[in-house]
Design a protein around this ligand. Structure first.
Ligand code: NAD
Length: 468
């Protein structure tokens, strides 16, 4: 029996089955999690479908007030949520606290969001207005790297827009989403937000349900393609936030120590398991050797351990499968002659720990450069000219984020704008913010979350013409 429940139609419901959730810092079973049966997945969608007819008629002000209450409740339980997030995901508690903070920010942003009014014409002959209408039941599917902030990024704006939701977290990190379900049940009318957990088999049960009107998915490219195919077959709207292979270009005029610190944490925060982590580093040949040394020095000085220890700077990988992928990519690099400056292996003992790894003598055509490693192993490559670096940075089918670093801010901005990606940063590497569009170009995604751009993905526009 699990202490966690599914949340269907405003009720806490025991799963028909259950599965183990592993604490990645110890590899021990953290708890058992309810696994929804197909009938329970259907019940969740039907609850959302039934709730839609009255929820869509609530006023914007009412929905904003509900969202404020949700944000307050999350805030009141933020320490509990952050601790649970570290236990299920592995990230250091400071990062889990910051993710919880961002989840609250996103909820408050939605609570304060008023869609713009578009009156195209209002004269003696006619009145023309474009109005936003909710779509219906939204299937929100999230991955295991930022389960809490990604869930709120989808759910908060979806319900503000007047939709109802079925949220399905990753089987690796379902617990914070189930706790969120508990909070939603305390605040919202039954069925407006439903949360179901289970192993990967429940994904298709959810996505194939005929009452789903919109898919909002964050995860890997291969799963994104499957969801896009179902959405296309059903002619329903979809937003896909997929993987990245973000380049960072370091020009010769940077302050080496200061920039290396920022680049290091841009690559190794959350053990590199961030869609917009720096995953390919291009450093100008004039500073290549000292820059690599600076990165290695940081890698060798950080404290790695259980994220619940407040001293920990880097936790484990989230799961054994991901640890295997990272190990495989580093072994492949070694086999192809790459130089491992530090790290390069799993840390012995329990838990899914891997040493922070800096790799040189590697280039495009190697798996560690071409694929998304999603882990603490960074390939560092040198370049001669800025134009060469831009071409190589863009020479991939990924296009999520990119950054450029220079002592000359105008040059950094010029180069940043040459990079083909959804987000581009000059002398910084940002995360998502609630008000700005976030998403990928090329194969890194389809559509955006955040701000009005995210809102517009969750509504239908209707043209109203009134003859006078
Ligand atoms: P994943 O694709 O394996 O799983 C994501 C979610 O999809 C999980 O909830 C999973 O259970 C579910 N799922 C799996 N098969 C399904 C199916 N057939 N139908 C419906 N749902 C299904 O991804 P992951 O390993 O959890 O996450 C890591 C990936 O997510 C990385 O590629 C990362 O870059 C990407 N990511 C992207 C962003 C972004 O905003 N672009 C943000 C975070 C993570």
């Amino acid at each position: 029996m699990s202490e966690f429940s599914l949340h269907i139609n405003g009720q806490s419901v025991a799963g028909d089955n259950h599965f183990d959730v592993i604490n990645p810092a110890t590899a021990d079973v953290l708890t058992q999690c309810p696994a929804a049966s197909e009938a329970q997945v259907n019940a969740a969608v039907e609850a959302a479908h039934n709730a839609f007819s009255s929820w869509k008629k609530t006023s914007l002000k009412e929905r904003q007030a509900y969202l404020e209450k949700i944000a307050d409740k999350i805030e009141a339980r933020k320490d509990e949520l952050a601790k649970l997030l570290t236990q299920e995901q592995g990230k250091p508690i400071a990062q889990a606290t910051s993710e919880t903070g961002f989840a609250i920010t996103r909820t408050r942003f939605a609570a304060g969001f008023t869609p713009p009014k578009h009156i195209l014409k209002d004269d003696d002959t006619s009145y023309v207005e474009v109005v936003y209408k909710p779509l219906g039941v939204v299937a929100a599917i999230t991955p295991w790297n930022f389960p809490l902030s990604l869930a709120l990024g989808k759910v908060a704006m979806a319900i503000l827009a007047g939709n109802t939701v079925v949220l399905k977290p990753s089987p690796y990190t379902p617990l914070t989403s189930l706790m969120l379900g508990e909070i939603m049940d305390e605040v919202l009318p039954p069925g407006v937000v439903n949360v179901i957990s289970g192993t990967d088999e429940i994904g298709p049960w959810l996505t194939r349900h005929p009452a789903i009107e919109k898919y909002t998915f964050t995860g890997s490219g291969p799963t994104g393609k499957k969801i896009g195919a179902i959405a296309a077959d059903r002619l329903k709207a979809f937003t896909l936030e997929l993987g990245g292979n973000d380049p960072a270009i370091v020009l010769a005029d940077v302050d080496i120590e200061e920039t290396a610190q920022k680049i290091f944490w841009g690559a190794f925060t959350n053990s590199g398991q961030i869609c917009i982590a720096i995953k390919r580093l291009f450093v100008h040949e004039d500073i290549f050797v000292p820059f690599v040394s600076a990165l290695v020095k940081i890698a060798q000085s950080i404290k790695i351990g259980d994220g619940l220890d407040p001293e920990t700077q880097m936790g484990p990988l989230n799961n054994e499968q991901q640890l295997k992928i990272v190990s495989e990519l580093v072994e492949d690099a070694k086999a192809h002659g790459a130089k491992i400056h530090c790290g390069g292996q799993r840390i012995p003992g329990p838990g899914y720990f891997y040493e922070p790894t800096i790799v040189t003598d590697i280039k495009e055509g190697n798996r560690l450069v071409d694929e998304e490693q999603f882990g603490p192993a960074l390939p560092v490559m040198s370049f001669k000219t800025t134009e060469e670096a831009i071409e190589r940075a863009n020479g991939t089918d990924f296009g999520l984020g990119a950054s450029v670093w220079s002592g000359n801010v105008d040059e950094a901005k010029r180069v940043a704008l040459e990079l083909d990606s959804g987000m581009t940063w000059a002398n910084c590497r940002g995360g998502a913010t609630a008000d700005a569009p976030f998403g990928g170009s090329k194969s890194s995604g389809f559509g955006r979350e955040g701000g009005i751009w995210g809102f517009e993905e969750l509504v239908e526009v209707q043209t109203l013409v009134v003859a006078k």
